[in-house]
Design a protein around this ligand. Structure first.
Ligand code: 5AD
Ligand code: SF4
Length: 443
């Protein structure tokens, strides 16, 4: 009987991509996937350290995994528990202390060593293994070939971050910026397309600072990479995320004018609308520069719409600063957004800044901001009713005969549709809208 693996992913799209790559590695080793944790011989948590809540969730899941491991042991079944991702990078000692039953831990830059790790464990069972070094060799050189999981695929092109926003752990957990060479990215894109992908989302913590080498050794930017991928056979949709506003250059803006496959939706996090707070966050842009970038993008492609990330209650944020964030939202009218209460992360400069904001105030501000953001999101969705969108169906719906997909604007849409439309792009007329989803009928 083949061994079964269960992976639970926390956090960002980069983790979703990494989990998929680990799954491919495990399947190459003969494992088969299961969605039922109790029948898994290998349980792997791919963790996130960005906010305290995300990091703490891992420990409760680990506790539960240990109980399952003990129950399985009574039935004579072995269970390996592994932890991957950014919590390992930041808190490997904490894991060893609070969850000593964890069999192995791999940092985000070393997960290509998973097969080696599993081999060691099977030789010497019971030993706790930790692997979090920032390796000199590039992780990507040691990963087996990727393949599509469905119609939409993530493709990591850049990893790490040199920006050091004062609230953020990413430069510590994911390390310095690294760009994969153009040829490697194009080869992976071709494999994804050959195995059924229609949409590729180029990923990077700071994806628009991409500066990989091309085939002749010349450094190329993200715009070049987008143009190379846009011309590949079979590619229908192209996206990239996450972009840093100060690094949006004119080449990239021109892509939104020229490339048909590039979807009219861009995630461009601003974090705050107050110049004072942006400065304290060590962002390399102010409010005006950000709005200027939005304006230029909008001019290049008027159907383009935006989403963003926001942090409320950053140290020193006053009511007036917060008002600036609200007014920025009113200017840009985001169609989607993620908003968070500032979370103090150990080791980051903002964690020890004076003027920490009370929890109660953070919560009040978050409620106000989210209400405003939801209003714009709802309005955009309601305005979609009656329109026809090309929808890429990605998964089965809750009800039989129903599929769920996404519009070019990343809206979730469900419609009555045959299973043979799964992983295809289909014209759909929107018939209904809520804050979080659309309903429609296939034309
Ligand atoms: N507290 C709250 N939100 C944070 N983010 C990053 N670090 C923190 C933190 N310490 C948010 C930012 C970022 C998103 C991925 O997570 O908005 O864009
Ligand atoms: Fe974190 Fe800022 Fe880098 Fe984004 S740009 S990963 S928020 S340090």
């Amino acid at each position: 009987m083949a061994k079964k693996y269960f992976i639970k992913t926390f956090g960002c799209q980069m983790n979703v991509y990494d989990s998929h790559r680990m799954a491919v590695m495990l399947e190459n080793l003969g494992f088969v996937p299961t969605e039922n944790q109790t029948e898994a011989d290998l349980v792997l948590f791919n963790t996130c350290h960005i906010r305290e809540k995300a990091a703490e969730k891992v420990f409760s899941d680990l506790g539960r995994a240990y109980l399952i491991k003990q129950e399985r042991a009574e039935k004579g079944l072995d269970t390996i528990i592994g932890v991957a991702g950014c919590v390992v990078q930041a808190e490997d000692e904490e894991i060893a202390k609070r969850a000593p039953y964890v069999d192995f831990a791999l940092g985000p830059l070393t997960y290509h060593r998973l097969p080696e790790m599993l081999a060691k464990i099977s030789r010497k069972h019971g030993m706790t293994l930790i692997d979090t070094d920032f390796p000199a060799e590039a992780k990507f050189d040691f990963l087996p070939e990727n393949r599509a999981e469905g119609g939409c695929s993530f493709l990591a092109v850049q990893e790490g971050c040199n920006n050091f926003c004062t609230y953020c752990v990413v430069p510590y957990t994911r390390g310095a910026e690294y760009s994969r060479p153009v040829a490697e990215v194009v080869a992976e894109a071709k494999r994804l397309l050959a195995t059924g992908t229609l949409e590729i989302n180029l990923l990077g913590q700071n994806v628009n600072s991409y500066h990989g080498e091309d085939e002749s050794g010349r450094e190329r930017n993200l715009a070049y990479l987008l143009r190379r991928i846009a011309e590949l056979d079979g590619l229908k949709r192209l996206r990239y995320t996450t972009s840093y506003p100060a690094d949006v250059d004119d080449d990239l803006i021109a892509c939104h004018r020229d490339l048909q496959a590039l979807m009219p939706y861009l995630h461009l996090p601003v974090q705050s609308g107050s110049d004072k707070i942006l400065k304290a966050m060590n962002r390399r842009h102010d409010r005006k520069q950000y709005l200027n970038v939005i304006e230029k993008l909008q001019k290049a492609n008027e159907s383009l719409r935006f989403s963003s990330d926001f942090i409320v209650g950053f140290p020193g944020e006053t009511d007036a600063d917060f008002e600036q964030t609200l007014s920025l939202v009113n200017e840009v009218k985001y169609i989607q957004a993620f908003s968070f209460k500032y979370s103090r992360r150990p080791g980051t400069p903002a964690a020890v800044m004076p003027g920490q904001v009370e929890e109660k105030v953070k919560k009040e501000r978050l409620d106000v901001l989210q209400k405003l953001l939801f209003d714009y999101q709802t309005k955009f969705n309601e305005d979609s009713v009656g329109k026809v969108f090309a929808v890429l169906f990605e998964q089965k719906g809750r009800h039989k005969g129903q599929l769920i997909g996404r519009t070019p604007y990343m809206q979730n849409l469900h419609a009555k549709a045959d299973d043979n439309m799964l992983n295809k792009i289909v014209e759909v007329r929107v018939t209904g809208a809520t804050t979080n989803s659309l309903s429609g009928e296939v034309l």
